[in-house]
Each structure stands twice: as structure tokens, then as C-alpha cells.
Design a protein around this ligand. Structure first.
Ligand code: OSB
Ligand code: MG
Length: 369
């Protein structure tokens, strides 16, 4: 696939409702869209780096710089075979997983269209609809938290994740557990604790949670292993798993019993597939995380989550949970059994509405061969 033209779009989109985690509250979400022209086809990818370096060290600003100054010059005019070929060519760019993953997604979209196969088919995924849940941000009061959870349950979500932070952890989770004794419930701390302060999380063990996600620092697989020994509830790593190597370290150290696979965080779909296989071989359940993607990134997550190792519901909610107006003709709806149907058209299987891209665009740059 000859890469003839590459366009980068920096978008900023207002969220349906603000989203608060241990690292801050946002009302709008940045992303960078990568658009590639090749042999009459157009591939799209979504880079999920946000404006601030709260979740990880990358931002929309660093991703823009890395894509413009290092990735595009090495790819423009080249003949690419697939996502793995792309990764090999940008192997000299250390780190910057989110930037590279956004570009790699567009390469997969092109490849699927080229071969007339959906991403699910390319990956060998079996499920045509995947179980999903909803990630609920920190709320101002326990009353609002309960109302918010109730509203999502009324929408049909059967698995809820609560964001926690020091001082807003066991209390919040207990209130929700008391109100909904049978709910599939999990929590996500986004690296807000140290091994010492995480001692306050030990009472979570009595709440029957599915998992506790990323309590400690992102570079702290070692201390997660100590914490997992103190907890009956499975620890699940998100931020720490930035590559298949890190997944292997975590499994070997028994730092977690579940892994959240976010292809963006681990550098792209190719590495996401490798982590999935590693966990499948080790008998470790995985689920697909989310980064408040638009429908473009959501289509990619759905395709990955169709693989057999994804045995837990993903953070892949319906389009309406995120944005009033999304970027594609297709809208992802929640099925009555708390699943979302995986796209089956070639590539990502979504049609991008250019007018919408322009509407939210902050900047755009075109590179032609
Ligand atoms: O830690 O999983 C996370 C959103 C932005 C950054 C980090 C995370 C999240 C979410 C949202 O939890 C999941 C979603 O996209 O619905
Ligand atoms: Mg997380």
C-alpha cells in the first residue's frame, strides 16, 4: 500500500458530561485524527492523547510533534505491508505509544479495505457483539454518584466501573455496592496511591469487586506485586502495561491477575494482539479499556475485543455516552444484553463525516508525496 498523502487533524470535542478521574476533570476531549490516502482508499486512525499529561506523559501536543516531525517523514511515499511493517519503520522513535498507535490504526483501516476484510476478520476475532460496561467518573456527592449509576443501569449497562482517589474510595464503592448488591462492579484509581496509602483500599476486599484497576504508579509493577499479595480482589493493570514486555513482567511478577488492554497505550493494535495472545496462553483474563474515543477509535476497540481472550466487559460504551455529535455515519448503540455489535464492513467499518471533522478541528496539516 503506497502511502501517497497523510493529513493530521487536531480535534477538540465537548463531552456529553464532564469526566473526572484522580488526575483531574475534563469537559472536552482532544484527539488527533490520522488520515492516509493510498491507491484510491482512505484510512483513518485516532490518536487518543489528551491536552494534559494526566493519564500518561504524552499529550496532543507531543503526539502532533512526533507524528509531524518523525513518523510522517519516515512513512510518506513508502509502500507499507501492514501494522507490523509500520512499527518496524518507526522503531527508532522511542516511546510515544499513543502517537504511533494512532497512525497504526489508519494503516490497519487501509489494509482491511484493501483486502475487503473487517478488522475483526483480519484479527481472527469470533464474537460479533462484545460485552461492555460503563466507566463512571468521580461525582460531586454520593447522591449524585448513585443517580448517575442508576441512570446507566436504566440505559442497560450491566457492568459499572467507578473512578476512585484517596478519600473517595471505600466510601463511594460501599454506597454503590449497598444500593446494587448484584451489580458487576469494579474500581479504577489511575495511579493515585503509593504502596503505603493503598493500605486504605484493603476494605474493598469485602465488596465483591471484579477488580481494582491501577492503584499504584504507572512505572511500579514491583509494588503492585506486593499489593496483590495483600488483596483477595484481582489487581488489574492499565497504565503500567506500555508494551508486551511489560505485560510479561507483570505476569511473571504476579503483579496483577487481570490486564486491561488499551492498544493505544501499548503502542498500537499489533502489540495489543500480542498481549492478548500472551494472556490467553497464561490463562489471564483481559478486557478492552477505553480513552473516551470517538466512533473511529471505538470501532478499533470493538474489533480487538472480539478476540476470545477478552472475557470481561470492556470500557466501550455506546456513542451517546461520550459526544452529542460524533464523527461517523454509524452510531454505536447498546444492545439489550449490554453488548455492542462489532462493525463488519471492510477496515474499521466506519464512514467518517468530513463536515464533523472540520467542525471540531483546531489545526490541520497535509503532507503529499
Ligand atoms: O483509566 O481507563 C482509564 C478515560 C480516559 C483516560 C483513562 C481512562 C479512561 C476511562 C474511560 O476510564 C473509558 C471509556 O472510554 O469509556
Ligand atoms: Mg484505567
Amino acid at each position: 500500500m503506497k502511502i501517497e498523502q497523510i493529513t493530521l487533524h487536531h480535534l477538540r470535542m465537548p463531552l456529553v458530561s464532564h469526566f473526572e478521574t484522580s488526575f483531574g476533570r475534563i469537559f472536552e476531549r482532544d484527539c488527533i485524527l490520522v488520515e492516509i490516502q493510498s491507491e484510491g482508499l482512505t484510512g483513518w486512525g485516532e490518536c487518543v492523547a489528551d491536552r494534559d499529561p494526566g493519564y500518561c506523559s504524552e499529550t496532543s501536543g507531543t503526539a502532533w510533534h512526533i507524528l509531524m516531525d518523525f513518523v510522517v517523514p519516515q512513512i510518506l511515499g513508502r509502500d507499507l505491508a501492514d501494522g507490523a511493517d509500520f512499527q518496524q519503520r518507526v522503531d527508532n522513535v522511542r516511546g510515544h505509544q499513543l502517537a504511533k498507535a494512532g497512525f497504526e490504526m489508519a494503516v490497519w483501516d487501509l489494509l482491511g479495505q484493501h483486502e475487503g476484510k473487517s478488522l475483526r476478520q483480519l484479527f481472527g476475532g469470533e464474537k460479533t457483539a462484545v460485552p461492555v460496561g460503563v466507566s463512571v467518573g468521580l461525582q460531586d456527592t454520593p447522591g449524585i454518584l448513585l443517580e448517575t449509576v442508576e441512570r446507566y443501569l436504566a440505559d442497560g449497562y450491566r457492568r459499572v466501573k467507578l473512578k476512585i482517589k484517596p478519600g473517595r474510595d471505600v466510601g463511594d464503592a460501599t454506597i454503590v455496592r449497598r444500593a446494587f448488591p448484584d451489580l458487576a462492579l469494579q474500581v479504577d484509581a489511575n495511579s493515585a496511591y503509593t504502596l503505603e496509602t493503598a493500605q486504605s483500599l484493603l476494605p474493598l476486599d469485602d465488596l465483591g469487586l471484579l477488580l481494582i484497576e491501577q492503584p499504584l504508579y504507572e512505572d511500579d509493577i514491583w509494588d503492585h506485586a506486593s499489593l496483590q499479595k495483600m488483596l483477595k480482589t484481582p489487581v488489574c493493570l492499565d497504565e503500567s502495561i506500555v508494551s508486551p514486555r511489560h505485560a510479561r513482567y507483570a505476569l511473571e511478577m504476579q503483579a496483577c491477575r487481570i490486564i486491561n488492554i488499551k492498544p493505544a497505550r501499548s503502542g498500537g493494535l499489533r502489540d495489543g494482539l500480542e498481549i492478548h495472545q500472551m494472556c490467553l496462553d497464561a490463562g489471564v483474563p483481559v478486557w478492552c479499556g477505553g480513552m473516551l474515543e470517538t466512533n473511529i477509535g471505538r470501532a478499533s476497540n470493538l474489533a480487538l475485543a472480539s478476540l476470545p481472550g477478552f472475557s470481561l466487559p470492556g470500557d466501550i460504551s455506546a456513542s451517546a455516552r461520550y459526544y452529542h455529535e460524533d464523527l461517523t455515519d454509524e452510531t454505536f448503540l447498546l444492545n439489550p444484553d449490554s453488548t455492542i455489535t462489532v462493525p463488519d464492513k471492510p477496515g474499521l467499518g466506519v464512514t467518517v463525516i468530513r463536515k464533523q471533522v472540520e467542525k471540531f478541528s483546531q489545526a490541520k496539516v497535509i503532507f503529499a508525496d
